[in-house]
Design a protein around this ligand. Structure first.
Ligand SMILES: Nc1ncnc2c1ncn2[C@@H]1O[C@H](COP(=O)(O)OP(=O)(O)O)[C@@H](O)[C@H]1O
Ligand SMILES: Nc1ccn([C@H]2C[C@H](O)[C@@H](COP(=O)(O)OP(=O)(O)O)O2)c(=O)n1
Length: 688
C-alpha cells in the first residue's frame, strides 16, 4: 500500500496481463456477520483484508465471537448460535456502511432478546451518513434506539440493558430510496427472531441498488434462510428460519474493484505479448450487481469475454462510444464510467445516482470537481452527472492534483486518467484511502501497466562517500512511493563476490586485461536477492558484511574496472519501474539515467563526512579513528574521481547540495522542493 501523502502517476500508455482481485467487500462483511450469527463453524476463504472488514472483525471479536485466523484471507468463525457472551460494548466502525447498518439491526434485536446495550460509532463522515430510517424500522419492532449525536445519524445506542418483547405481528416498514443497506440490515437481522413466526418487511418508496439486495438474499440462502419476496416491495422471512453455517464459504473477487481493470482493458492499447487484461476471481456468474458494469463497458465499445469466474477485456471501439445510462443498479462501478467518459466520442450521462451523495463523500460533487480539474466540462444534476469528453488529440487535457475525499473509489477511478492522450502525469492525493477495499490497488495497477521508459521519473542522488546519499535517497523514495536503487550496494556485492571467488582485487591486479574480464563475467553472473531488508549473495546472507568499511573499499577498487561497470548497466536501468525511482551512487545522473527528471550532487566537507562515518560505525559497535576514516575517505574520493570510467563528478544539469550544515530533514525538504518544481507533472516534450 502507498502510505505516502500523494502518489504521482506518470503518463501510462499500454496495459496487459492477469490480475487477481481482492475479495468483495459486500460479500465479506455480510458473510462475517452471518457466520457470527449462525450455529456452527464457518471457514471463510478469500476474505477481503481491508479497513472495512477489519472493523467488522474487531467488532465481532469485541462481541465475544471466536475468530480463528489461518492467514490474511482465511479464517474460521465460531458462530454465536443464539448466544450473546458480551452484553455491553462500544464498537467503532470506521467509515464502513456494510458494518454499521447490519450490526445496528442485528445488535438491536439481540439486545432486546438478551437484555443488552451497545454503542456504535464511526469516523466523522460516518456520523454524516443517514441511518434514521433504519432506526425508525427498529423502533417499530420495539427496540430501543437512541441517537447520541445528530438525530437520524450515528453514533447511536441500541438496547437499554433490559429485555424487550419484539412486535413482529405487523409488517415492518422501511424506506428503500435512501440506502438499500437499511433493507439489507433488516433482512440479515430478522431471522434471529423468526423461530416462532414469519416476519414480513414492507419497502416504502422505490428500492434503489437492488443488486445489493440480491447479494443479501443469495447469502441468506447459503446460511439456510430462504426469504420469499414479492417484487421488490414485500419480503417474508418464513417461520422457523434459523441460521446454520454452510461449513465453508468462498468470497468472490470484488466486482466493483474489477470495474477499474475492465475500464483499463477498454482504454489501453495491449502491451506487447498480451491481448488485453484478464481478471480472475470474478466472472459472469457473479452474484454481485456491479458485474453489470461489463454491459456498460461493452456499450462503450470494450470487447469482453467472460467465463463463470474470469473476464478477458480488450480495447474495441476507439474513442469509446458515448452512453446515456440509468446507473441505479451499479452505483459504485458507475464512478468508473464517469472517468471513462473522458475518452468517449460525445457527452455521457449517468442517471439515477442520487445515492452518490450519501456515500463516503458527496460523490456527485466530488466527481464534478475533480473531472473539471482535468479540463472536462461536467454538468451536475440532483441525481445525474453529464461528462463531456476531452479531445482525443490531447488538446484541452490538464494535469491535476486529484483530491480524494477519503473515498477509495475516487482514488481508484481517477488513476485511469493517466492514459490521457496528452501524456500528462497526474497526482493522486492520499492514495492510502484505497485501503478501504483494495489496499494494493496501485501495486496491482502498476503490475499490468506500462509507461514509456522515458516517462518513468527518476531522481538521482550522486556524491562522495558518507555525504548522506543513502539516507536521503531512502527517505525520498519512502515519501514519493518510488523504488530505490542503492547502486553502491551492487559494487559492494561485486567486491565481496570477487573475494569469495578468490579473485585478486588489488589495484595492480585489476589492470591486467584477464583479471578485468574475469571480474566483468563475475559481475554479469552475480546472484543477488533483496528480501525484506536482507541482502543475499547466492545462498549467503551478507547484509551486515556488505555494509562494512572493507566491503566499501573493495567496491571502490572493482568499480574502476570498465567491464564491471558495463556488466551492471542493465541491472541498474531495470530498477526504473512504475511509479518512479530514486537512485543513489556516483554516476546515476551522468551515465545510468542521463535523462533523469532531477539530478542532485550531494556533498559535505570531508571532516563532516568522516565524523558521520565514525558515528555510524560506533552505532554498529565498531571502532575506528577519525584520522583513519578521513584518510580512507580521501583515498576513496580520489579513486572515484580520477578513474576513467564514469568518474565521480556532478552530472550535467545537477543541482549542488552541500549538507554540511543541514539536518537530514532539511536536506529531504530541499530536494522535495526541487522535485515539486521539476517537470514531472508537466506535459511531455512530445506535445510542447
Ligand atoms: N544531512 C545530514 N546531516 C547529518 N547527518 C547525516 C546527514 N545525512 C546523512 N547523515 C548521516 O551520515 C551517515 C552517512 O550517511 P549515508 O547515507 O550512509 O551516506 P552515503 O550513502 O553517502 O555513504 C549516516 O549515519 C546518516 O545518518
Ligand atoms: N554508482 C556507483 C556507486 C558506487 N560506486 C563505487 C564507489 C564507492 O566507493 C563504492 C561503494 O559505494 P557506496 O555508495 O556503497 O559507498 P558509500 O556508502 O558512499 O561509502 O562503490 C560507483 O563507482 N558507482
Amino acid at each position: 500500500m502507498y502510505a505516502t501523502a500523494f502518489l504521482d502517476l506518470p503518463p501510462l500508455h499500454r496495459a496487459g496481463g492477469t490480475v487477481r482481485l481482492p475479495g468483495s467487500k459486500s460479500i465479506s462483511n455480510r458473510v462475517l456477520l452471518l457466520a457470527a450469527l449462525s450455529q456452527g463453524q464457518t471457514r471463510i476463504e478469500d476474505l477481503l483484508d481491508s479497513d472495512d472488514t477489519r472493523v467488522m472483525l474487531t467488532a465481532l471479536d469485541a462481541l465475544g465471537c471466536r475468530l480463528q485466523r489461518h492467514g490474511p484471507h482465511s479464517l474460521t468463525v465460531h458462530g454465536l448460535g443464539g448466544q450473546l457472551p458480551v452484553r455491553q460494548a462500544s464498537l467503532f466502525l470506521g467509515n464502513a456502511g456494510t458494518a454499521m447498518r447490519p450490526l445496528c439491526a442485528a445488535l438491536a434485536l439481540l439486545a432486546c432478546q438478551h437484555g443488552a446495550a451497545f454503542e456504535l460509532s464511526g469516523v466523522a463522515r460516518m456520523h454524516e451518513r443517514p441511518i434514521g430510517d433504519l432506526a425508525d424500522a427498529l423502533r417499530q419492532l420495539g427496540c430501543p434506539v437512541q441517537h447520541l449525536g445528530q438525530p437520524g445519524y450515528p453514533p447511536l445506542r441500541v438496547g437499554d440493558g433490559a429485555p424487550h418483547a419484539l412486535r413482529l405481528a405487523e409488517p415492518i416498514r422501511v424506506r428503500g430510496d435512501v440506502s438499500s443497506q437499511f433493507l439489507t440490515a433488516l433482512l440479515l437481522a430478522l431471522p434471529l427472531a423468526a423461530q416462532q413466526q414469519a416476519i414480513e418487511i414492507e419497502v416504502v418508496g422505490e428500492l434503489i441498488s437492488k443488486p445489493y439486495i440480491e447479494i443479501t438474499l443469495a447469502l441468506l440462502a447459503r446460511f439456510g434462510v430462504a426469504v420469499q419476496r414479492q417484487g421488490w416491495q414485500r419480503f417474508v422471512i418464513p417461520a422457523g428460519s434459523r441460521y446454520a453455517s454452510p461449513g465453508q464459504i468462498h468470497v468472490e473477487a470484488d466486482a466493483s474493484s474489477a470495474s477499474y481493470f475492465i475500464a483499463l482493458g477498454a482504454i489501453a492499447q495491449p502491451s506487447l505479448g498480451h491481448s488485453g487484461i484478464t481478471i480472475e476471481g470474478v466472472g459472469l456468474d457473479s452474484i454481485q450487481g456491479d458485474i453489470r458494469f461489463v454491459e456498460a463497458a461493452r456499450a462503450m465499445g470494450a470487447q469482453i469475454e467472460g467465463s463463470a469466474n474470469a473476464l478477458q477485456v480488450r480495447r474495441g471501439a476507439w474513442p469509446l462510444k458515448a452512453i446515456d445510462l440509468d446507473c441505479n443498479a451499479i452505483p459504485d462501478a458507475a464512478m468508473t464510467l464517469a472517468v471513462l467518459a473522458l475518452y468517449a466520442d460525445g457527452p455521457c450521462t449517468l442517471r439515477n445516482i442520487a445515492s452518490w451523495r450519501v456515500k463516503e463523500t458527496d460523490r456527485l460533487a466530488a466527481m464534478r470537481c475533480e473531472l473539471s480539474k482535468l479540463g472536462a466540462t461536467v454538468e451536475e444534476g440532483p441525481d445525474y452527472l453529464r461528462v463531456h469528453p476531452l479531445p482525443a488529440d490531447g488538446r484541452g487535457w490538464q494535469t491535476a492534483s486529484i483530491h480524494t475525499y477519503d473515498d477509495h473509489r475516487v482514488a481508484m477511478c481517477f488513476a485511469l486518467a493517466a492514459f490521457n492522450p496528452a501524456q500528462l502525469g497526474l497526482r493522486i492525493e492520499d492514495p492510502k484511502c484505497v485501503a478501504k477495499t483494495f489496499p494494493d490497488f496501485f501495486e496491482t495497477l502498476f503490475g499490468v501497466c506500462q509507461a514509456q521508459p522515458s516517462h518513468i521519473p527518476v531522481l538521482c542522488i550522486d556524491g562522495p562517500s558518507a555525504s548522506g546519499k543513502g539516507t536521503l535517497a531512502a527517505e525520498l523514495a519512502a515519501r514519493l512511493g518510488y523504488h530505490l536503487l542503492d547502486s553502491g550496494l551492487l559494487y559492494r556485492l561485486v567486491g565481496l563476490a570477487a573475494e569469495r571467488a578468490g579473485l585478486d582485487t588489488a589495484a595492480a591486479a585489476l589492470q591486467q586485461p584477464q583479471q578485468a574480464a574475469a571480474l566483468g563475467r563475475l559481475a554479469q553472473q552475480l546472484l543477488v536477492r533483496f528480501e525484506q531488508g536482507r541482502v543475499w549473495l547466492g545462498h549467503e546472507d551478507v547484509t551486515d558484511e556488505v555494509r562494512s568499511e572493507a566491503a566499501g573499499m573493495a567496491a571502490s577498487r572493482v568499480a574502476v574496472v570498465p567491464e564491471v561497470r558495463a556488466a551492471l548497466l542493465d541491472l541498474q536501468r531495470n530498477f526504473r519501474r512504475l511509479p518512479g525511482l530514486v537512485a543513489d551512487g556516483r554516476d546515476m545522473g551522468s551515465v545510468i539515467f542521463p535523462d533523469a527528471a532531477l539530478k542532485v550532487y550531494l556533498t559535505a566537507s570531508a571532516a563532516q563526512r568522516a565524523q558521520r562515518r565514525l558515528w555510524q560505525l560506533q552505532e554498529r559497535g565498531e571502532s575506528a579513528t577519525i584520522k583513519d576514516l578521513l584518510a580512507d575517505l580521501e583515498a576513496r574520493d580520489e579513486r572515484d574521481r580520477s578513474r576513467s570510467a564514469a568518474p565521480l563528478k556532478p552530472a550535467e544539469g545537477a543541482l549542488l547540495l552541500d549538507n554540511s550544515a543541514l539536518s537530514i530533514e532539511q536536506s529531504v525538504q530541499q530536494v522535495l522542493d526541487w522535485w515539486q518544481a521539476s517537470p514531472v507533472l508537466r506535459p511531455s516534450a512530445a506535445l510542447e
